[in-house]
Design a protein around this ligand. Sequence first.
Ligand code: TGC
Ligand code: FAD
Length: 388
Amino acid sequence: MKKFESPNFLNTDSLFTEDELMVRNLIRDFVTREILPSIGEQYDKGHFPTEIIPRLGELGTLGATIQGHGCAGINYTSYGLIMQELERGDSGLRSFVSVQGALCMHPIDAFGTEEHKKKYLPKMAKGELVGCFGLTEPDFGSNPGGMITRARKDGNSYILNGSKMWITNGGFAGVAIVWAKDDEGEIRGFIVDRDLPGFTVRNIEKKFSLKASVTSELIFEDCRVPASQMLNVKGLKGPFSCLNHARFGISWGVLGAAMACYDEALNYAQTRIQFDKPIASFQLIQAKLVHMLTEITKGQLLALQVGRLKDKGEAQPVHISMAKMNNVSKALEIARMARDILGASGITYEYQTGRHMLNLESVNTYEGTEDIHRLIIGQHITGIPAFR
Ligand code: TGC
Ligand code: FAD
């Protein structure tokens, strides 16, 4: 498979350190050699290639920003570049890594006890144990504060009842981070081992998006969880602080999907002949390619600035909202334009663009829809929350 070169229009590569570029190139080669040859077929079959999980561990992608416990301990910009390269392969691959690291290992690292960290993090870093994150419910998506899943105290345990919907990795995860309201109505997080009685999982089949990813419903019926498995955080800031990390990773990841679509559309336009000329010679096609490259370049600068702020501990959730909202929305627009340039070929598995386009529909919805992020930024600008 041909070596991939990402757009470097404003010499954006010069904004990265040598170490950051080394991490990027390592994951880029892995995706080119070990993911791209088979991902189209896996997607077609609706299958997540679980056999690559140990490789993702070896490459240091799991919980990559965590210090110690077998994790790579790299900076957020390098982590962003990892997500970019993985999502150039498929959004499902990046989703797996986002959930494992930002949504499961991060809360254990930030809010868990030393025992939790020793028990879970080294295995999760190696990919020997997979996590999932249960916040969304069938009736509470954008408004997770309304959740109805309950954790009732009973001696030294909590009894979980309720269900969590659309949960990435749910079908094969060995552990779940589950958010539920306690007897006082306070949101609490629990590390729930998959083998506990009363915890069942149902996979959501027949998706047209994120097909190379497992999406499930988690069902809790009188599931007794030891009180020692509760995380040390109260309220929505617990799950939202995990989402900050995951949304940041997505803002980089989707650039990878957009780059793959742009690259494919450009190559196609230069070789596809209509009216006796390559279609790249028509002004309307050039306008689309220019728009794609411009938005990728702006997206790179946005993600990079948020990465640098995050590395200094200065990134605000509203900065991350802007990066997630803009970059996913623009990546989706780029994928749709690329699909158009590919004509009929764009609906086949022979090209990656259609797969990226359908994946990005999910990415625009999860981790806060595009409009929810618009409202978060609107609240920041005006001081007026317009959610209710
Ligand atoms: P609100 O009153 O604004 O806040 C409640 C408490 O939370 C704090 N907070 C944050 N803390 C840290 N980081 C953030 N980003 C935070 N946002 C809010 C806030 O300060 C407050 O703290 P305190 O101490 O005062 O209690 O909450 P609200 O109920 O009005 O909700 C606002 C809204 C709509 C923005 C929020 O609910 C929201 O973001 N909704 C979107 C839901 C969402 O993103 N769900 C994601 C589910 S996980 C997922 O999709 C994984 S996909 C994985 C994959 O495959 O990659
Ligand atoms: P809704 O909240 O019902 O929104 C429907 C529409 O209404 C959207 O357009 C939305 O923008 C709009 N809307 C809602 N409220 C407002 C408002 N106040 N103002 C204006 N418009 C509004 N969740 C997890 O917890 N863990 C996971 O691992 C996970 N993985 C996922 C994987 C996939 C493939 C998908 C598709 C979803 C996943 N989710 C996960 C769930 C995801 O976070 C939710 O789908 C998302 O938060 C939106 O919730 P909803 O689907 O219920 O849509």
